[in-house]
Design a protein around this ligand. Structure first.
Ligand code: GDP
Length: 296
């Protein structure tokens, strides 16, 4: 995964700074410029990178650090904290509780891996003793219901959808009602994803959201989306109350920086990452361990 290269470049920059005999303005600037270059190469949005640099410089005021302060440590800690902040804007999402019915709606562009991720999310919870269910409110893409049905059957997860009903709002409401009656505690609603941010898609998404009142809306994003991530994610956030992000295809060659932009645009944390096509190729995402690993 290319994110590992990003981590490598950042840790090298920190290492070079640490090896310097005296930590002065120039050494700090060289280190920050190196990190900036690495982040931009990984497709992180320019504004985010610039803000990070400014924040670190504000925290690490070399003139005001009295002798005896461990400047290296302070700089390392500031870099670590800023990377964590980029991945977690500090708005913890709604967390479903086992045994209490929650509705979770998935949104994203077509091809982002939304339908696959709905099943992965359901399967992940099922293994932990939850009673998940899947509702296919994607009436736009031919084959969407079949795909969800196939995945759900394989994972032995109850599902709901229709070959004849064309109103996604009706399907979503009927599905959610049915699974609430069946005491499912995690009702997952898959919505239509289209190629572009069409107004009609957003209108449909808004209606499904208003009708099913999801406890959590998850924005699914393909990690290879790169620089376009910020605008895409922001457009979704402006239309529905996105509360969390799942980044897919982290197993591919994506540079991964788009994930950071999606977090910034939605002000929502990444909660899981997809690492393959299979149902169990899905990992819980925790910021601090991730950044620690990234920095080696
Ligand atoms: P949707 O249009 O957003 O519902 O996307 P799909 O769920 O149909 O996924 C599109 C393609 O991406 C499918 O071929 C999936 O198998 C694949 N896919 C989804 N998640 C991942 C992932 O984490 N890694 C890889 N390698 N492929 C994935």
């Amino acid at each position: 995964m290319v994110l590992a290269q990003l981590g490598g470049s950042i840790s090298r920059a920190i290492q070079q700074m640490s090896n310097a005999t005296i930590i002065d303005e120039k050494v700090l600037n060289d280190c920050l410029n190196e990190i900036t270059r690495a982040l931009l190469q990984a497709d992180v949005q320019f504004k985010l990178v610039r803000d990070m640099q400014t924040n670190i410089k504000k925290i690490v005021n070399l003139d005001h650090l009295a002798a005896g302060h461990n400047k290296r440590k302070i700089i390392q800690q500031a870099i670590f904290n800023e990377l964590c902040k980029m991945l977690d804007p500090g708005n913890p999402p709604f967390t479903p509780k086992k045994g209490k019915p929650s509705v979770v709606m998935f949104v994203g562009l077509q091809g982002s891996g939304k339908t696959t991720t709905c099943t992965k999310y359901a399967y992940y919870h099922q293994k932990k003793g939850w009673k998940p269910a899947l509702v296919c409110a994607d009436t736009f893409r031919a084959g969407a219901f079949d795909q969800l049905k196939q995945n759900a059957t394989k994972a032995k997860i109850p599902f709901y959808g229709s070959y004849t009903e064309s109103d996604p709002v009706k399907i979503a409401v009927d599905g959610v009602d049915r699974f609430k009656k069946e005491n499912c505690d995690l009702i997952i609603v898959d919505t239509s994803g289209r190629h572009k941010q069409e107004a009609a898609l957003f209108e449909e998404m808004r209606q499904v959201s208003e009708a099913t009142k999801p406890d959590l809306v998850i924005f699914v994003m393909d990690s290879s989306i790169g620089q376009a991530a910020f605008d895409q994610a922001q457009a979704f956030k402006q239309n529905v109350a996105v509360g969390a992000v799942i980044v897919t295809k982290m197993d591919g060659h994506a540079k991964g920086g788009g994930a950071l932009s999606a977090v910034a645009a939605t002000k929502s944390p990444i909660i899981f990452i997809g690492t393959g096509e299979h149902m169990d190729e899905f990992d819980l995402f925790e910021v601090k361990p991730f950044v620690s690993r990234l920095l080696g």
